[in-house]
Design a protein around this ligand. Structure first.
Ligand code: ZN
Length: 316
């Protein structure tokens, strides 16, 4: 059967200081800064995209960094942990590496038979590294991390909800997801059940709602092949009572947004055209790229942004 949704496209979080954000995701975690642009809905704020070499869908963690933003709080109605996939034998490497940069790392946890570690970035953003041997993506490195240990892309995401029914229905009835397994109140869904498409719903009816600010996720984007399949999903969602936005042009993909029943903002983003449309692949992320409509205001926009430097080599 032809599916319209192929897993996770990107995850977008709110962050604090932009330099600290680049240092952590490119320096410590070793993701490639594939695009340095602005928030199209708030052009005075950066939008950073971190991913693999070309920012393939399923690898891209993106941030809106607000210098001086207060920290948000984790709670229900949020995506609380973003899980990245690492090779099965790389867990010890990452524990050592994170400790070297003063990151407080959890003990090794086991979930659905796989070992993982959990930690937070300087803003309190929840991250997990899941060790597995099911990921055939090759990873990427600036050189400071051996390629053999590099992050492969997303493993999955945890949605923390007071009630799973509405979101589970949406995923399984209209978004090509199926239920995989349950463990300790954690309900796992996937399109194929492979790294990059896993969505877990963790239920706690009594927990308080999260507060969105620095260190919390803004939205979860799912991938679809192209604008045709995107319009098909939009129609399907409308037919089933979900209100979506119109299609928005995000330059590197096209997007629709809608609020999932559990409270998390969902997006459906196209795999096309990708991050090489306005920069050569060898130089992704080096310059501030703006959408055409913002170019006339470039001077003013750049003057309002804190300059950031990309310096992964100092995170050996
Ligand atoms: Zn997005």
């Amino acid at each position: 059967m032809k599916t319209l949704i192929k897993g996770i496209h990107h995850i977008t979080a709110i962050a604090g200081n932009p330099q600290a954000n680049v240092d952590f995701y490119s320096g410590v975690l070793g993701l490639r800064l594939v695009k340095k642009t602005i928030n199209f809905d708030a052009p005075d704020v950066y939008h950073f995209y971190f991913g693999d070499e070309f920012g393939a869908p399923g690898t891209v963690f993106t941030t809106f960094p607000f210098a001086g933003a207060r920290k948000g709080t984790k709670g229900t109605g949020e995506l609380t942990y973003t899980a990245f996939s690492i090779p099965k034998t790389s867990l010890e490497y990452w524990i050592e590496r994170l400790k070297k940069y003063d990151v407080t790392v959890s003990d090794k946890l086991t979930r659905f038979g796989k070992e993982l570690i959990r930690f937070e970035d300087h803003d309190g953003m929840g991250i997990e590294l899941v060790a597995n041997d099911e990921d055939d993506r090759k990873g990427w490195t600036y050189g400071q991390i051996p390629l053999a240990h590099s992050i492969r892309g997303f493993y999955g995401a945890t949605l923390y909800l007071t009630d799973k029914e509405g979101t589970a229905d949406l995923l399984t009835k209209h978004m090509d997801y199926h239920f995989i397994a349950e463990e300790n109140g954690r309900f796992r869904y996937g399109t194929e059940g492979k790294p990059g498409d896993i969505v877990d719903i963790l239920v706690n009816p009594d927990a308080s709602r999260g507060q969105q600010s620095a260190g919390t996720v803004h939205h979860l984007a799912f991938r679809t092949e192209n604008t045709d399949t995107q319009l098909q999903i939009q129609q399907l969602l409308w037919d089933n009572g979900y209100q979506t936005t119109e299609v928005k042009d995000r330059n590197y993909f096209k997007s629709i947004y809608f609020r999932s029943p559990g409270g998390v903002l969902f997006e459906i983003a196209t795999d096309e055209p990708g991050f090489a449309i306005d920069e050569e692949e060898a130089h992704l992320g080096e310059l501030i790229k703006l959408p055409e409509w913002a170019e006339p205001s470039r001077k003013k926009i750049e003057a309002g942004l804190i300059p950031v430097t990309l310096n992964p080599a100092s995170y050996v």
